[in-house]
Design a protein around this ligand. Structure first.
Ligand code: PRX
Length: 585
């Protein structure tokens, strides 16, 4: 078979009220008038559009005022519930805090926090104030935080005591940073707050409980997420308020969200899934969502579903593979009968995992595909359409995906090519922060270049093939090799470093580094451990290399570029291809 897997199609009865199957004829250009979905939004008085208004205030001002928006379960078993009315009050207060600090439309305000309710409140307060929210992954070390804060010129950082301490030494380098707001949740941290910092609860206590949302337009910037490429530092993909229409629509179409659902998205807001689908899609649909602060453990996760009666669950392939590894008997110990729909994103979902879901927890996982840059789901398996295990499904209405060769001509059905999308979908990113050149390079001959390779089968289903670049996908996190190489060469013993993704049965890929040492250093296991630890402290355990090999010199092109492709081929025992541009070694 050229296009499919050897797994049988999972047939579905057409049951969803949000059935989009009729729109999915691949012979039709994906004509879709987004206006009907824009009309379903509330809009601001005067015609503006603001994500916070659509997600929170429209419900707080209507019959859903007392409906629970967020069930929060803390890592120590704490529980807090917030209604849409509570969320409005708290986010209004936070917007007032920012206003009192002089924050204006377009300013960048970043969060660097665990999954605490205060992070969700802060992000929507930022949006109400007309500023651009930049949530950072709390596992990041100081280097990734500095790169992102510096590039964006963020004026305010909302963080928590332990994370604040982790980055203390980079703070003096952040010239645009004016205020740090510390959330010491329930006094968890015994150390006093630095006198130069602001105490979140104190500021919130002083802030008025009403705020008139800044009249942003649909084209104004709202959220930015940094994403890694092959070269250079990560780029800040900036989204506009109008992205909300596609997040709202795909919440219905691709995640099958219904009024009475209890929805759980396991992604962290430091990554795009955690904002587009861990904040915007559920709340614009007025749906209650669970936020679980705790990390991964199979028993904890099943317990969350049982305890909170989760109906729709959106997670990631690495987590599913870890659940599979934990064993089929574990889910049997829990009552998972509340579940109705399960979905996955971020990495290729192997067909075994799709089918395992059906057998072990009663629901096949619906894989869908999108990226930081696309802002929302572009291609999906739907509640009411057949699943071909291993496929990412079909484009959502209004989205035209293509598979093209290097001249941007379509390749025949069933053949591999570059995955491209017709620009202009509502949640499309609008720029890379201060990097128009890089942004423009993503568009050619009327297409947006995704950087992935894929194929389409005779039924219009898309199948992920790989990345067209050197970006590593480890457990759903994109890692730029350049970032890791830069951190490694800061170690005093390291002369050069080359970084690749090494295939892994659980995390899809793990970061592997090849390092050559400076003269006078010996290749010892202790030095290897030391370099590994050095990278972990600088970057984060999620990004740092899991393996380091010492090699005498790195293969390079004549112009001095490290040939990661060759390092990878050698690692995998594959043919090394054209090495004519290699320097003599
Ligand atoms: O390579 C694809 C992979 O993740 C990339 C996007 O990563 P990011 O911008 O971090 O956004 C992740 C959350 C949407 C894609 O270019 N990817 C995403 N979904 C899938 C996938 N690979 C295979 N199958 C998927 N369903």
């Amino acid at each position: 078979m050229t296009t499919g897997s050897s797994f049988e199609t999972i047939h579905k009865p057409a049951v969803s009220e949000f059935d989009v199957a009729p729109n999915l004829d691949r012979n039709n250009v994906q004509e879709y008038d987004w206006q009907q979905m824009f009309d379903e939004l509330d809009w601001l008085p005067g015609g503006g559009l603001n994500k916070a208004h659509e997600a929170i205030d429209r419900h707080a001002n209507g019959p859903k005022r007392d409906k629970i928006a967020m069930i929060w379960e803390g890592k120590n078993g704490e529980r807090e519930d917030y209604t849409f009315g509570d969320m409005k009050r708290e986010t209004d207060k936070f917007a007032n805090v920012l206003k009192s600090l002089g924050i204006q439309t377009g300013d960048r305000v970043f969060t660097f926090m665990d999954r605490l309710p205060e992070q969700y409140i802060a992000v929507f307060g930022i949006l109400k104030a007309g500023a651009i929210a930049g949530p950072l992954f709390s596992a990041f070390g100081p280097d990734p935080v500095r790169d992102r804060m510096e590039d964006s010129g963020a004026k305010v950082l909302v963080t928590q005591p332990d994370l604040r301490r982790k980055i203390t030494h980079i703070i003096p380098e952040l010239f645009d940073l004016q205020h740090i707001i510390i959330v010491n949740k329930d006094g968890r941290d015994p150390m006093p707050i630095d006198s130069q910092d602001l105490d979140y609860y104190e500021e919130m206590g002083k802030a008025p409980a009403n705020f008139t949302t800044v009249a942003t337009s649909q084209y104004d910037y709202s959220i930015m997420h940094y994403t890694s490429g092959t070269t250079g530092k990560p780029k800040g993909a900036v989204h506009r308020h109008q992205a909300v229409v596609q997040q709202y629509a795909t919440g219905k179409w691709a995640l099958d969200l219904h009024e009475d659902d209890i929805y759980w998205c396991t992604a962290d807001p430091g990554w795009v899934t955690g904002t587009s689908y861990g904040m915007l899609a559920p709340w614009t649909n007025g749906v209650t969502q669970l936020i679980f602060e705790g990390g991964f453990r199979a028993s904890w996760w099943y317990e969350q579903i049982q305890k909170h009666k989760v109906t729709v669950w959106y997670t990631a392939p690495t987590a599913i593979r870890m659940l599979m590894k934990a064993g089929d008997e574990v889910p049997k110990r829990y009552d998972l009968s509340s579940l109705r729909f399960t979905a996955s994103v971020g990495e290729p979902l192997n067909p075994e995992a799709v089918v395992w879901g059906k057998e072990a927890i009663g629901h096949a996982f619906h894989d869908n595909w999108w990226q930081t840059e696309t802002g929302a789901i572009m291609c999906a398996n739907y509640a009411s359409t057949d699943i071909k295990p291993g496929s990412m499904g079909r484009p959502i209405p209004g989205i035209q995906l293509g598979v093209v060769d290097e001249n941007f001509d379509p390749v025949p059905v069933g053949e591999d090519g570059n995955l491209v999308a017709r620009p202009g979908w509502p949640s499309m990113f609008h720029t890379y922060w201060q990097n128009t050149e890089m942004y423009n390079s993503r568009f050619k001959k009327g297409w947006y270049i995704t950087g992935d390779t894929a194929r389409m089968d005779e039924d219009g289903y898309f199948w992920f093939v790989g990345r067209a670049d050197d970006v590593i996908n480890t457990a759903g996190h994109l890692v730029g090799p350049f970032e890791v190489e830069s951190a490694l060469i800061e170690h005093e013993a390291v002369a050069e470093a080359g970084v690749i993704g090494k295939p892994d049965p659980i995390a899809m890929e793990v970061v592997k580094a090849f390092v050559s040492l400076k003269d006078g250093y010996e290749e010892t296991p202790q030095l290897r451990r030391e370099i590994m630890q050095f990278a972990r402290t600088k970057l984060s355990a999620a990004v740092a290399p899991r393996e380091i090999d010492f090699i005498p010199g790195l293969p390079k092109t004549r112009s001095g570029k490290i040939m990661r492709r060759l390092l990878k081929a050698r690692e995998l025992g594959l043919p090394e291809g054209d090495t004519s541009t290699l320097e003599d070694d």
